[in-house]
Design a protein around this ligand. Structure first.
Ligand SMILES: [Zn+2]
Length: 125
């Protein structure tokens, strides 16, 4: 097992979302490190089961959970997403579906979602 404690984020590749999400997750769960799984618009990929990205996300989440001992997975949805340019309501619907999909994998970890708004503030959603 790796040294230190880990959580996992499934975030957008958008560079604006990284630092706010990492800071929020570290504070929320009190972990040393956050493993980063990034895709363009991961809420859409997970909710709609888009391949091969879906399987790739799952494989990386399994490494984070089983090799690094992460017990918390956070799925990030955000304002002005180029990979999934839909309204906030649609993002919310997709990220909630995404949470269900990741929970269905049966990993020994909590799964939740957050929204990053136009000011790059992170909120549970
Ligand atoms: Zn994005």
């Amino acid at each position: 097992m790796a040294h230190g404690t880990f959580a996992t984020q499934i975030n957008c590749m958008d560079g604006r979302t990284q630092e706010p999400a990492l800071k929020w997750i570290k504070e929320k769960f009190g972990v040393d490190y956050v493993d980063n799984i990034t895709e363009p618009g991961p809420d859409k990929i997970l909710a709609q089961g888009i391949q091969p990205n879906l399987d790739s996300i799952k494989a990386r989440a399994m490494i984070s959970v089983y090799k690094h001992g992460s017990r918390n997975i956070v799925i990030v949805s955000h304002h002005d997403c180029a990979g999934n340019p839909v309204c906030k309501k649609e993002h919310a619907d997709m990220v909630h579906k995404a949470v269900e999909v990741v929970r269905s994998w049966g990993l020994p970890a909590s799964v939740q979602s957050v929204w990053i708004d136009r000011n790059w503030h992170v909120k549970e959603i």
